[in-house]
Write a new protein. Structure first.
Length: 86
């Protein structure tokens, strides 16, 4: 498993996620389910960026809580704002 987990694989997954979100917007998909899929995609990509590109994998728990907490707080706030506005 470790041989397949490198920066190029992460980049490829992030590109596929980006293309999929672009396609959803281009085809005009909307609704709560699509919004949740887009936010899940954002959380996955954000986790890759925090862990691998910012290299915060081996730092103290405080920094991980701050970074992942910020990511989840923003995504949950967007989801709540969208659901309330519908």
């Amino acid at each position: 498993m470790k041989a397949y987990y490198n920066i190029h694989t992460i980049w490829l997954v992030m590109m596929l996620l980006t293309i999929s979100t672009y396609a959803m917007g281009k085809f005009g998909y909307d609704g709560i389910v699509i919004m949740l899929i887009l936010l899940l995609t954002s959380v996955i990509k954000g986790s890759f960026i925090i862990r691998d590109f910012m290299e915060l994998n081996g730092v103290s728990l405080l920094w991980r809580v701050i970074m992942y907490g910020w990511l989840w707080i923003i995504c949950v706030a967007i989801a709540i704002a969208y659901i309330v506005s519908v």
